[in-house]
Design a protein around this ligand. Sequence first.
Ligand code: SAH
Ligand code: DHB
Ligand code: MG
Length: 222
Amino acid sequence: MVQEVWLNVESYVTGRLVPADDALSSAVETALAAGMPAIEVSPPHGKLLHLLARLRKASQILEIGTLGGYSTIWMARALAPGGRIVTLEKEPRHAEVARANFEKAGVSALVDLRLGVALETLPKLAAEGAAFDMVFIDADKENNASYLDWALRMSRAETLIVVDNVIRDGAVADPNTTDPRAQGVRRLYDALKDHPRIDATAIQTVGSKGYDGLILGIVKEA
Ligand code: SAH
Ligand code: DHB
Ligand code: MG
């Protein structure tokens, strides 16, 4: 019953606030058709990422976890002129579907997709001297705390860090949780507690992706 209300409300707000878009719908459908999990952000959440990137006037964005490129397209469309989004994906099949979706959305020139395990790609990016205005962490939750470290190393003052899936049906508040993903998210909260360089908050969300949430953090001056 509650879930039905969540879905109805999500459809309602999406219908009012998130215009139908062929390239975005196609990104979701092609991923589904390829047998990939339907774990992309919801339409209102995708638009939130877009609005945050615009608010931040981001020209360099890093995404960890591409899947079919749905969230990537939302953020690519928010890039300041001359900007780029680097997105990291370890599954070749996901990367292939994502690349086709970037073509269809007309954002291929803005997207730098790096195939590989993120913990191997991140040191390379840092060695290139990459620095980002916004980072979206949305891959394997077990490595969230390490991803935060790398994000910080490639941050400037005021870099916005967004982390997906930080509530996990409430499992995150259970100190005895045996879910390794929830444990990974808890290590992230531990890292953020009294962090000297990041001001953060978390917001719970409900809708087509169940009961979950996101963390928003801003990096203070180095
Ligand atoms: N951001 C996407 C959803 C990402 S789902 C969207 O909202 O549209 C998580 C993705 O992270 C999956 O495609 C998965 O293959 C990828 N992933 C998981 N572990 C990874 C790792 N260690 N390195 C890189 N990518 C990883
Ligand atoms: C999972 C990953 C995600 O990024 C998400 O949004 C939902 C679920 C998962 O690995 O289960
Ligand atoms: Mg996610």
